[in-house]
Design a protein around this ligand. Structure first.
Ligand code: OGA
Ligand code: MN
Length: 307
């Protein structure tokens, strides 16, 4: 437990995640409080704010903006009726149609969102990936629907030196074609074009703490210069290593919780629930990294020039 600016942080797990109290994030926060939150994110990777009631769109966007620039808009699969939420700045992480009915089994958006149950880092398929994601719980199902977070710094630290040396400097290609593809999802010609793979370092260095972390995601599906089976095997083995129980915090949601994670140092995944029977309504705001991840790898000088 620590106290600065009246905020307290109580660890929820030995290596990752803490609950933050002592600040009302539905009100504007000072830059000093924002600094304390950044420091805590650097330390814990995941912060939980239990608020008891969901934030309004305005409150959530104001809080997120006080921590950084929001991520730009990007191509999504929308339900045929269009958008459910009033602003495209919030990602609709729900199983609902724009008229708040449950999505039917064959709905494309429903099937696409199933990809959230694969371990991933948000927007790793974009040249400029996500920094923080903040997810607020509006409606939660009676059972299931937890979210798990894995610590990619601990995962890096616990690799043996031979593996560390072998993978330092590798570049992976990320695309939603790879992640959703593993679930058998089929893409239109336009989506294949829009979802062209982007390159990301396999090992990142945090710009503030200097700590290394594995940059894994279900979106990763190639390693530059490697044969495909070897690349997929390595990605699979690293993911298995990185998601061992000792590196994972599981969040059981309560109404109004806001959970914020640093996508640079964590992976996360949703847990199954009976989505054909119960609504689950979560809304996500996202802070961008601001620059490609390859720019943050000064200690790995070969990366940017890898073939
Ligand atoms: C997300 C996400 C998981 C969940 O919002 O980016 O992956 O449990 N959510 O809804
Ligand atoms: Mn996600």
């Amino acid at each position: 437990m620590r106290n600065t600016q009246g905020l307290t942080f109580t660890p929820l797990h030995p290596v990752i995640a803490a609950e933050c109290k002592g600040v009302d994030i539905s009100e504007p926060i000072s830059s000093q409080v924002a600094d304390v939150i950044h420091d805590a994110m650097d330390r814990y990777g995941v912060l939980v704010f239990r608020q008891g009631k969901p934030m309004t769109t305005e409150q959530q966007l104001r809080f997120t903006r006080s921590l950084g620039e929001l991520e730009g808009l990007y191509t999504k699969i929308e339900s045929e009726e269009g958008r459910r939420l009033e602003t495209p700045l919030l990602s609709d992480i729900s199983n609902l149609t724009p008229s708040n009915k449950l999505l039917p089994p064959d709905d494309r958006k429903r099937q696409f969102q199933m990809g959230n149950r694969l371990w991933h880092s948000d927007s790793s398929y974009k040249k400029i990936p996500a920094k923080y994601s903040a997810l607020c719980a509006h409606v939660i199902p009676p059972a299931g629907g937890e979210t798990e977070f894995a610590d990619m710094r601990a995962a890096w630290d616990m690799l043996d030196d031979v593996t560390k040396n072998n993978i330092k400097g590798l570049v992976a290609e990320h695309s939603r074609i790879f992640s959703k593809g593993t679930l058998g999802f089929e893409f239109t010609e336009k989506e294949r074009h829009d979802f062209a793979p982007v390159r990301q370092p396999l090992v990142r260095t945090h710009p503030r703490t200097g700590r290394h972390s594995l940059f894994l995601s279900s979106h990763a599906g190639r390693i530059v210069g490697w044969q495909l089976p070897e690349a997929l095997m390595l990605l699979r083995e690293l993911t298995e290593h990185a998601t061992q129980r000792e590196f994972v915090y599981r969040h059981t949601w309560r109404l109004g919780d806001l959970v914020m994670w640093d996508n640079r140092v964590t992976m996360h995944r949703a847990q199954q629930y009976d989505d054909l029977k119960y609504p689950r309504d979560m809304r996500r705001s996202t802070v961008t990294c601001g620059a490609p991840a390859l720019a943050y790898t000064e200690s790995l000088p070969d990366l940017a020039t890898a073939a």
